[in-house]
Design a protein around this ligand. Structure first.
Ligand code: NOJ
Ligand code: CA
Length: 685
């Protein structure tokens, strides 16, 4: 590579990074690489020198790594490698080449939690030669490592080469031997679609769990293990391997293999976000940085928005998905929702239960779903014409019941129909414990299917909101039409869950766990708590906390969950009408996992700020320094606070709307009720 600049040890790095700095500043969108092939020290530090990743080989050539921060172990010596049917990599490795480089660029996502993201890392690519048993040819492969100020990513790459064709991954040998037995918040790996409550436990007591796995190692060291760019592989789960050692455990095919691949192949990146505070976890963009840049040339049709839906009515059994007297998806009902959306500034109306396939046990009979034939009482042309006049889009729905083959056979015609009618967003769903009766959603089978859908949707200019997904890994950087996904125990559980709904700690835990994987379709905003039937399932949050969730639980497409009649005449509804879903900047003034947090975001259009604070079942006094506001400006703070006597169980509806003038020197005092919250709009005066 031209213009190579060699460096070996971290103490030489500062000097070397100084050299290209002027160029970096001048061309922030550019990619600046320096490289060497002569260093044989297999370690690499973060640009700020605090994190260090080191590789080691034992005398047999087995591969290990460690990660340190400020000289202290974060990950102790941990195994690496991939066991394929054809050859095992990382068992008898010989180093062939070590290349080091660095990059510093700033890029702009099509939508997101901020409008500019810095991608700043040092990279080490170590090429090995593996000598398989017997007289087979040696196999070359590369371990690529990137170390950022806030963590580490590494992946295995097997180039095309003589003698290596197909690779059947039976096991991945990557380990994470955590240096401390910290508290980890986890859900079981194989629970249906990640719709589970995260439980805290010591790392040493974990069963097999899915990632992201967030761990409080010490008061000033937080780690989250996950992956980035899961493109044609199986999702990584984490399996206990003794003490605080976790081992990668890939979701298998029904036949037992983990991944069918062929060279050239690249695994997803294995990521460790390593920061000092829980708030920094939310601000890390390491996963996005490790995904490929946007593959869609014209992104003008990708537009974040807030919408409403004929949805809660089904979950609360006011309407049915299937045909009959209470059918929700009627032309008339949809028009009524469209009128409401137009009057209140919502971009669209989701309508579920519009197509043939819902009558009977739809989840067991996904093959019966048609994605082009509407029920007779749902006139798609009339509805989309009506919406066009009102400036409101119909948001499409494809529930598959997990029958992906039936869906794939209709994919292009289904998206073409929607495209012709001007529908530019579709919610997909896969309610069934297995895809096509046998494969896991998070296995390679599911990963391949979801990818097909995203690509087909992009061809038809359609945005996707995917329910029952594989855990997200940042693919939205490459395919920004993948707007949001579920993969969480969302607000639907507040409608019918036998345990009475999502407990207050759930929504102050998922920002530090599931939400680290990307936008989440939680659908907050239920204003009606009426449920006279035991166990009285309903939101376990005050109204003010529900408003706060719309800021905290980031999603560029976000639905206000309730039926429209429950929003009529409610002054606090103003917050849902107004709050954007696309942001210029994000800050986290306070955060404690499972206890409370506050997130503030600056909107892209006007530079106003929106803030959400929320607590668990305990009351919390938030004192928030407003130093994120622009100095020299005054703002009107409109505060949607818990009202007198508010309590998530006894008195969830009590909300008070207050207003005061503030500036960047003000400290805002917010008293959050048990299970409560506050939502604040800071409008420039
Ligand atoms: C489960 C989804 O999460 C929910 O939002 C949807 O209403 C039902 N499936 C029916 O598709
Ligand atoms: Ca679901």
């Amino acid at each position: 590579m031209a213009g190579k600049k060699a460096y070996i040890k971290s103490n030489r790095m500062k000097r070397l990074l100084l050299l290209p700095l002027a160029a970096i500043c001048a061309v922030t969108a550019g990619h600046i690489l320096t490289s060497c092939t002569d260093g044989n020290a297999m370690d690499i530090s973060s640009p700020d020198g605090r994190l260090q990743f080191s590789l080691h080989l034992d005398q047999d050539g087995a591969l290990y790594y460690t990660v340190n921060r400020d000289g202290q172990a974060v990950v102790d010596s941990s195994g690496m490698g991939i066991a394929c049917k054809e050859v095992s990599l990382g068992r008898h490795a010989k180093v062939k080449k070590i290349e080091k480089s660095s990059a510093d660029e700033t890029w702009s996502p099509v939508w997101g939690e901020e409008s500019r993201i810095r991608n700043h890392y040092n990279e080490m690519a170590v090429t090995f030669e593996e000598q398989p048993e017997g007289d087979a040819l040696p196999v070359a492969y590369t371990l690529r490592v990137r170390v950022f100020p806030d963590g580490v990513g590494f992946r295995y790459e097997v180039p095309g080469q003589t003698g290596v064709d197909s690779l059947t991954v039976m096991d991945e040998l990557t380990e994470f031997a955590l240096a401390e037995d910290g508290v980890a918040w986890s859900i079981p790996w194989d629970h249906e679609y990640y719709e589970h409550l995260y439980e805290p436990s010591l790392v040493s007591r974990l069963d097999t769990v899915c990632s992201p796995l967030t761990i409080k190692m010490t008061d000033s060291l937080y780690v989250s293990i996950h992956e980035a760019a899961l493109e044609d592989y199986a999702a990584m789960n984490l399996h206990p391997a003794g003490g605080t050692r976790l081992k990668s455990w890939l979701t298998p095919w029904s036949s037992g293999e983990k991944v069918f691949a062929s060279a050239p192949m690249k695994t997803p990146w294995r990521t460790l976000t390593i920061v000092s505070t829980p708030g920094e976890l939310l601000l890390s963009r390491l996963m996005l940085n490790l995904n490929e840049p946007c593959a869609i040339e014209d992104t003008s049709w990708i537009v974040p928005s807030r919408y409403i839906g004929i949805w809660w009515g089904m979950h609360r059994k006011v309407y049915t998905w299937g045909q009959g007297d209470s059918h929700g998806a009627t032309t008339e009902n949809t028009k009524r929702y469209m009128d409401f959306a137009a009057d209140n500034g919502f971009g669209g109306v989701l309508v579920e239960g519009w197509n043939y396939g819902w009558d009977g046990d739809w989840s067991a009979n996904g093959n019966l779903f048609s994605f082009t034939r509407a029920y007779p009482d749902f006139d798609m042309e009339e509805i989309t014409d009506y919406g066009r006049k009102k400036g409101v889009r119909l948001i499409g729905h494809h529930e598959t019941g997990g029958a992906t083959l039936n869906y794939e056979a209709q994919l292009d015609s289904a998206f073409a129909l929607y495209e012709r009618l001007g529908v530019n967003a579709v919610k997909t769903g896969y309610v069934n414990p297995r895809l096509d009766g046998k494969e896991y959603h998070s296995g390679q089978y599911g990963v391949r299917h979801y990818r097909k859908v995203i690509e087909a949707a992009a061809r038809h200019h359609i945005m996707i909101d995917n329910h029952e997904p594989v855990m997200p890994t940042g693919l939205q950087r490459t395919y920004p039409n993948l707007m949001t996904q579920e993969g969480v125990r969302g607000c639907e559980y507040d409608a019918w869950s036998p345990d009475g709904g999502n407990p207050p700690e759930h929504t102050v835990t998922i920002p530090f766990t599931r939400c680290l994987a990307g936008p989440v379709d939680y659908t907050p905003g239920t204003f009606n708590y009426d449920n006279p039937v035991p166990p009285y399932t309903r939101p376990q949050a005050t109204i003010a906390k529900q408003l706060a969730m719309t800021v905290v639980l980031y999603s560029p497409l976000q639905m206000a969950s309730d039926m429209i009649e429950n929003y009529e005449g409610r002054p606090e509804f103003e917050f849902l009408r107004e709050c954007p879903t696309d942001w210029d900047a994000t800050v986290v003034p306070e955060a404690r996992i499972g206890e409370y947090l506050t997130v503030a975001r600056r909107d892209k259009d006007k530079g106003n700020w929106y803030m959400g604070s929320m607590t668990n079942a305990n009351p919390h006094n938030s004192r928030i320094p407003l130093d994120f506001l622009e100095p020299g400006l005054r703002y009107r703070a409109t505060i949607y606070a818990d009202g007198k006597g508010a309590h998530y169980r006894e008195n969830p509806m009590a909300v008070e709307i207050q207003s005061q003038e503030v500036d960047h020197e003000t400290t805002l005092n917010l008293n959050l009720a048990p299970g409560g919250g506050a939502a604040v709009v800071f409008t420039k005066i």
